[in-house]
Ligand binder design. Structure first.
Ligand SMILES: O=C(O)CCC(=O)C(=O)O
Length: 326
């Protein structure tokens, strides 16, 4: 993997400990001034509604030992290529990592309109979402500004973004870098879903947009409640599902599934609604992806940030609540 430029984050960060494999990532943002051995640092950016604390050392030190288990290859069905880590996140930190991310990230409950023929319908996304990253054409400079990846100059004119890209906060940047090192893949985006209850879901779809390239690799992490992950082969032109069988993987907290090869072009996946069970305890899903184009960045913002208000976890009420600036 290529070495990334040093950023303000790495200058302010504690020196790596002996057991550390990764401390920081070049994508993370400005840090709060001042340094301490505990987690008083945070990722800040003009696009963030509030600062996101860095991972506390009791989580980050152990995260350096991920993956906890070797990945198991699942490729015994046509066009399917999965690498399934059960778990990826060490067992002694998966719960605290889940609770940290649920408490510290900002989320959105996106509504958008789609037109089917002459009829315009409002879609209410049935889960909380948030997104960080910028596509390959750009990067964040040391001041957190979006600049052209090659020239380092601001993207202006017809190259300007129609959305405001947000850098990965340190807590996600660290997990991204560890995942890149373990899988040999490169990612520039983190999409985060929070399924508050069994009523939250994602319907069958494929992450097969052109802006992800032809054979995208997507690393998908599960934290919190166990939820079923369903996979089915797309219909072929002849209408037969190509001799394949639908699959159900009961994803547990800490698991990671790397979807690669022709999986996105030939298969669909979903997290269906569920009644009872542990779904009501809440589940976080993080997907790391590599997005190639500015249009892809705008697409992710439209569907994962949108134009509505910010939500933040309220630990007393034990639910996401609308967040307001004081
Ligand atoms: O929550 C999951 O495991 C799947 C998420 C997903 O498919 C997506 O964000 O595209």
């Amino acid at each position: 993997m290529s070495k990334r430029p040093r950023t303000l984050d790495s200058f302010f960060s504690p020196p790596p400990t002996k057991k550390s494999r990764v401390q920081e990532d070049g994508d993370s943002t400005q840090v709060a001034k001042g340094r301490s051995a505990t987690s008083t640092e945070s990722s800040k950016h003009s696009t963030y509604p509030f600062a996101v604390p860095h991972l506390p050392p009791e989580i980050s030190d152990i995260l350096n030992f991920a993956p906890s288990e070797e990945g198991r290859i699942i490729n015994d069905q046509p066009d399917l290529d999965l690498l399934y880590f059960q778990p990826y996140i060490p067992k002694n930190i998966e719960k605290s990592l889940f609770e940290f991310l649920r408490s510290e990230l900002f989320f959105y409950r996106v509504k958008y309109n789609i037109k089917r023929g002459p009829v315009e319908t409002q879609i209410n996304t049935p889960r909380y979402t948030t997104v960080f990253g910028v596509d390959d054409t750009s990067r964040f400079n040391e001041n957190g500004e979006v600049v052209d990846a090659a020239t380092g100059k601001p993207a202006v004119g017809k190259n300007a973004y129609t959305c405001k890209p947000r850098p990965l906060p340190q807590c996600l940047a660290m997990l991204k870098t560890l995942t890149e090192n373990a899988t040999g893949c490169t990612f520039n985006f983190a999409l985060v879903n929070y399924y508050a209850s069994g009523n939250d879901s994602i319907s069958y779809h494929s992450d097969d947009e052109r802006f992800l390239g032809s054979l995208p690799a997507i690393a998908s992490f599960s934290l919190g409640a166990k939820r079923d992950f369903l996979l089915r082969h797309k219909k072929t032109p002849a209408g037969d599902p190509s001799e394949s069988k639908p699959m159900k993987l009961p994803l547990a907290s800490g698991d990671m599934i790397l979807m690669r090869g022709k999986t996105q072009s030939c298969w669909e996946h979903s997290i269906p609604k569920r009644k009872g069970g542990e779904a009501d305890k809440g589940r976080i899903n993080i997907t790391f992806r590599r997005n190639m184009t500015k249009a892809g960045t705008a697409n992710y913002h439209r569907y994962n940030v949108g134009h509505g208000g910010v939500f933040k976890w309220d630990d007393r009420k034990r639910e996401m609540v609308p967040w307001e600036r004081n």
